[in-house]
Design a protein around this ligand. Sequence first.
Ligand code: PGA
Length: 250
Amino acid sequence: MRQPLVAGNWKMYGSRAENAALARSLLDLVRPESGTEVLVCPPFVYLWDVGRLLKDTDVALGAQSVCAEPLGAFTGEVSAAMLKDVGCRYVLVGHSERRQLYGEGDALVARKFVAAQSQGLVPVLCVGETLEEREGERTAQVVARQLDAVLAVSGTGALAKAVIAYEPVWAIGTGRTASPEQAQDVHAMIRGKVAALDATIAASVRILYGGSVKASNARELFAMPDIDGGLVGGASLKADEFARICAAAD
Ligand code: PGA
């Protein structure tokens, strides 16, 4: 049995005051007895603050990106060891906004994945196709390429301590969600690909869906056999909405 995971990606939103209010409301609303793991990923500068509020609670802390290098003269970057030091358990790698807006290619994403694991952080590897790639029927090929780039560097075994998030780029922040069947198709493809390498890991690795997940569509998405939760952007900034998404994963 895979424990569902619902992750909130706060992106570049919030302030100290807003984050504190959001975190406190989440702690009120998220039911600790639920079987769903809950994670929030604030911007770097707020990790420590939010982490202190979440300490010893059932809501885990993660970052939105990480440097591929362990330490050194890399102005503006944040290392995996630093993320660990401020209490992160998870880190997103290869989010499509990083890939598209900041030129992060498959090889760099793979190095970030390895850097995260080297410090015991659980990478949430984001993969997904653009609208053009979907319309060109290249979804499977693109997602396979993004996964292969990581597997080539980390080895299949590394997936035992990772999470995969399928996020079709055309569904992120657009209000246009993949249908449960569209998402399930890709999730099954991803799990099948992992199963061809290691059936045990394929059965246990969590594959999240992301892209305009809301309380109103979460339940039908999470009901799909290979969808193990969600990576939520916009809707994670509203505590009640996010809590309802978490409840939908139970
Ligand atoms: P969205 O973002 O839920 O606002 O579409 C998802 C994401 O970018 O992870």
